[in-house]
Design a protein around this ligand. Structure first.
Ligand code: FPP
Length: 252
């Protein structure tokens, strides 16, 4: 079953005093700057990730509160495996702890957890914690929290091409019938609308192998704020900025 069938767009806005017209349905975030945040304070990089995890809690809570339907967070890329072993291990521990500590909150707030990426590469304790939360929250439809873990868009696209090539070889689909939709349906984000807004923290003007297919018409906002310093207030300001954008999708 298609994701959009099981997860109708959430419309029960909590804040009635706020202008929620043209709010994005799907927000994606490249959470960058944890290391620099720690360095500025002469702390170990891992402290930056720990503070970053607190920001994750704040922004998830905020998105749920204001009625964002899908929040996709770039938590660990395929390239991040090349970081020092201790940093990778600390990030995995942080993730496993986060998944365990947030489980009740996800349930209480009707949030469904999903993961996109090469999940099989994650350590067993993270996979188990993920699996538990995903199964437990499967029926929730207030918001989808999509964690991009061991995620890389090129790997996702390679997987999609292989899938479709096999179907063509087996005669399941005709090459002439390959459309945008067929491609979207072979990606991790199958059934989800594309992100409306992509936010990147810490000022770098790049996409870093994130959702390459899905962001074709996504509005982009880059802030200099480092992820651990990113706040609900700034997030709300960015939404306000988004509300005033004219999205033309290539038309006039
Ligand atoms: C980028 O900062 C951030 C990451 C590679 C990991 C993101 C992880 C978190 C925000 C915390 C854990 C996540 C969850 C979902 C609990 P960086 O280290 O590249 O920063 P730098 O560019 O300043 O070095």
């Amino acid at each position: 079953m298609n994701f959009s069938e099981t997860h109708p767009i959430y419309t029960d806005r909590v804040y009635t005093d706020r202008d929620t017209a043209n709010y994005p349905s799907h927000v994606a975030i490249i959470m960058d700057g944890n290391g620099r945040w720690a360095k500025q304070r002469l702390l170990n990089r891992i402290k930056g990730h720990e503070k970053g995890a607190e920001t994750v809690r704040t922004i998830v809570e905020c998105c749920r509160e204001i009625g964002i339907s899908i929040l996709t967070l770039y938590a660990f890329s395929t390239e991040n495996w090349q970081r020092p072993k201790v940093e990778v291990a600390a990030l995995m521990t942080l993730l496993a702890n986060f998944l365990k500590s947030e489980q009740k909150k996800l349930l209480d707030n009707n949030i469904r957890l999903n993961a996109i990426g090469q999940i099989e590469r994650l350590p067993e304790n993270v996979r188990n914690a993920l699996h538990n939360s995903m199964v437990l929250t499967e029926e929730n439809n207030g918001m989808l929290l999509n964690l991009a873990l061991s995620y890389g868009a090129r790997a996702e696209i390679v997987g999609m091409v292989k899938d479709i090539a096999i179907k063509v070889r087996e005669g399941i689909i005709d090459p002439d019938s390959i459309t945008d939709e067929v491609i979207s349906d072979s990606l991790y984000t199958k059934g989800m609308p594309d992100p409306d807004l992509l936010i990147r923290t810490s000022g770098e003007m790049r996409i870093s192998n994130f959702l390459l297919w899905q962001i074709a018409y996504t509005e982009i906002y880059v802030t200099d704020t480092l992820w651990p310093d990113f706040s609900k207030d700034e997030f709300m300001q960015i939404l306000k900025n988004y509300q005033h954008r004219k999205r033309r999708f290539g038309k006039v």
